[in-house]
Design a protein around this ligand. Structure first.
Ligand SMILES: NC(=O)c1ccc[n+]([C@@H]2O[C@H](COP(=O)([O-])OP(=O)(O)OC[C@H]3O[C@@H](n4cnc5c(N)ncnc54)[C@H](OP(=O)(O)O)[C@@H]3O)[C@@H](O)[C@H]2O)c1
Length: 250
């Protein structure tokens, strides 16, 4: 059956697929026919993700992307790819006044250096087939909106959305497309980890009023990834695609 959104015959790497958005992306890509490479640090949650994938021949790889060794180990173990969703990320809530260099270096390593080095090594090691698609998971926070206490996180996401544009230009010679998806609020583990400066109930209530279509789900983000990874997105490169339930118009 004709379906330009099919991922049949494609091998897709999804970093940070042990939970939340990455897990949803991996599952939905497998439902669209892709062979998926799932990654994260937590072995148990990685196996849970694998158990939810449709089809066979998927690969699970553990690696800590906060380190250069972890990034290199992942690329070494990766088969040839037709696409990747560079999604692994972490929050860090700190007032500017109390910013610590150690915290800044940690979040920059995971959210910024890792996806940039993964992109670099994927191309250098010729792991990307012709006409591949790279999708970064960025954030409106840092590109379009600001949130108290999130300056370090915003800096990493703004950087990745900026890097994406040059990467789209440089890698186009091989037909590689490079884009970013900027999700609005999707309730995942990241919210628990973010240890927000505002109490959780208060934050949820305040945020809910900012979302004309309510909060999102991992699948809402996965559907955008499928568009960009599939042949349906073959003329799309260098864009920041906001999938945010209307947050940025409100
Ligand atoms: N949820 C939202 O509202 C939202 C909005 C905008 C953007 N985002 C972005 O979406 C992405 C996914 O977030 P999420 O909400 O799905 O959060 P999540 O449920 O906490 O998932 C984060 C994923 O990243 C992986 N990860 C974190 N640090 C890592 C490291 N050092 N090495 C390897 N993997 C690491 C985690 O795996 P392990 O713990 O197993 O290592 C996990 O699979 C992030 O880039 C986030 O910034 C989220």
């Amino acid at each position: 059956m004709y379906n330009p959104f099919s991922l049949e015959g494609k091998t897709i790497l999804v970093t940070g697929s042990t939970s939340g958005i990455g897990r949803g992306v991996a599952i939905e890509c497998s439902k669209m026919g892709a062979r998926v490479i799932v990654t994260g640090r937590n072995q148990e949650r990685l196996e849970e993700t694998v158990s939810e994938l449709k089809g066979s021949n998927h690969i699970a790889l553990t690696s800590d992307l906060a380190t250069q060794e972890g990034v290199e180990k992942l690329i070494e173990a990766c088969p040839q790819l037709n696409g990747c969703v560079l999604n692994a990320g972490m929050p860090k809530v700190n007032s500017i006044k109390h910013m610590k260099r150690k915290d800044l270096e940690e979040i920059i390593s995971v959210n910024e250096i890792a996806p940039i080095m993964l992109t670099s090594l994927l191309t250098r090691k010729k792991k990307l087939e012709k006409n591949s698609s790279i999708v970064f998971i960025s954030s409106p926070n840092g590109v379009q909106i600001a949130l108290n206490g999130n300056s370090a996180y915003a800096a990493t996401k703004g950087a990745i959305s900026a890097f994406m544009k040059t990467a789209a230009l440089e890698l186009s010679a091989n037909g590689t497309r490079v884009n970013a998806i900027l999700p609005g609020l999707v309730p995942t583990r990241i919210l628990e980890l973010s240890n927000s400066m505002t109490p959780e109930d208060e934050m949820r209530e305040k945020k809910a009023s900012q979302y004309p279509l309510g909060f999102g789900t991992p699948e809402d983000i996965a559907f955008g990834c499928i568009y960009l990874l599939s042949d349906a997105g073959r003329w799309v490169t260098g864009i920041n695609l906001f999938i945010d339930g209307g947050r940025c118009i409100n």
